[in-house]
Design a protein around this ligand. Sequence first.
Ligand code: GCB
Length: 585
Amino acid sequence: MLYPQNSRSRLSVPLDGIWQFKLLDAPHDAGQPLAGGCLMPVPSSYNDIYEGREMRDHVAQVVYERTFFLPPIGGDRVALLRFDSVTHHGEVYLNGMPLGSHKGGFLPFEFDVTDRVDREQENRLTVVVDNILDHTTLPVGTVEERTFPAIGTRRVNLPNFDFFNYSGIHRPVTLNLLPRHHISDITFDGRGDGSFTCRVECGGESPVEVSIKDGDRILWSGVGREHHGTVDSIIAWDVDEPKLYDLEVVSGEDSYTLAVGFRSVETKRDGLYLNGRRVYLKGFGKHEDSPVGGRRLDQVYNVKDLALMKWMGANSLRTCHYPYSEQFLDLCDRMGILVIGETSAVGMHTTFTATGMKIDVHTPTWQTLATASHHRDVIRDMIARDKNHPCIIMWSIANEPASEEAGARNYFEPLFALARELDPHRRPVTFATHGEASWDTCEVAPLCDVLMLNRYFGWYHEEGNIEVGAAMLRQELDCYHETYPNLPIMLGEFGADAVAGLHDSTPTMFSEEFQRDLIAAYCAVLDAKEYIFGEHVWNFADFATAESVKRVQGNKKGVFTRERKPKMCAWYLKDRWGRENNGNR
Ligand code: GCB
């Protein structure tokens, strides 16, 4: 699905702004204009906008509504209504009539409203959003009936993951007017040597003209829907010089320009290669998370975060634990940051919860979850959306599933195959393993192109003991390497909570010194291992989570605070990553 753009043939009308909003405790009748409620900014999470638990902790449906006029432009056009993300389930109505629904909170969907939109009168757009997560959704949650003394039975929804279940219309909504016969998709795969393949999907019979341009200079052009070619003397896209070219496609009345890069990604026994050069990943696991707006698209935070990463000498990140906005990936393309694109498959275990919340019923994960078909949809839609981004170097198809439980391999094997089949560049496919899945128990590791381990020795295991934690890490890595000598390994997560401003001369847990020392001890272990190809610290910044005794107003493993102020370990990492030759061992 191509991102909307304005061009000489296309008009993209933003429907962002202030919408009418209401929490629902009964099914909504979209036949009537929404009465009552309050004003809500779009895009935004609704949770932190008004005070009180009713809004912050609301579990179930809410409704958003606004009106719009169809812009008076002529021609034979289709009107597509696009939602970049509605978290987690959206049901859309136009003038009281249902348009359809979408499951999954982090990927776009659209409806053709050409024959539904009123051309003369104001149109009423209604979106019913549901944030319930259960054993069929990604992320996974648990819905339970619980009885509380003197209160009675309540339905509770426990997130099975360690980030706040921010909800609402999180990314832009647009009305897009395109020529009836339009370019509907482009698949471009440019390699570091200048060779490329390009496929265009387009309505109508008009010839499809494709050109690759650098500014005004045409470097290559051809006519047709399928192309294989080579552009001489290109500059390969890289972290230090993220060179982009314009791929211009013209067909009949329509035209679309896509920013593309040429770069090759491959893995070998000793690591990850970008354009034939070994690259060591230095960076972070992140979240889309900022004060007030929650998980909304926030380009101020996005640019700031990438600028901070560049300032530190980081070169990469993982989109934990869901596909990030397209605008964010565009920034990574333009600023030269390597991205591991992750699906929203997080919380895939039924025997424990990420924040230590109680689960009453323990059943084997792979006999309990019913996520497989949705997981396939998420992989398909994520790769369809993100395949053209040069910044994406790898796919992570899940975070910390119960890969040590019987049935994990059967569940994941078709999903790995699907990701490989769909990606035109055949980027490496992996997933993040948790500490319970070790070299001798993990059923999914053999399916991976590279291994990505999340480890918290010295924090969740052997709490407070950095020396033992580092020793445990060393052993775990060596055992994994002996078991899988052909698969390079990276640490996908490691770190410790530090409450900014908490200090100690003998570093103890939660102090800034402890966080720095634990990270430094892990780095020393990594430096001694040739087969390690990357280190992603958890987390870039402090972020909101569900409440639990383990969380002091959120997860404090950020190297930066939630307001993006550096903690002590930021200076350690800046020094480490900024050093000449570090990271290109
Ligand atoms: C993990 C999870 C991440 C958590 C982190 C933590 O393993 O992947 O979502 O936030 O640990 O801090 O506990």
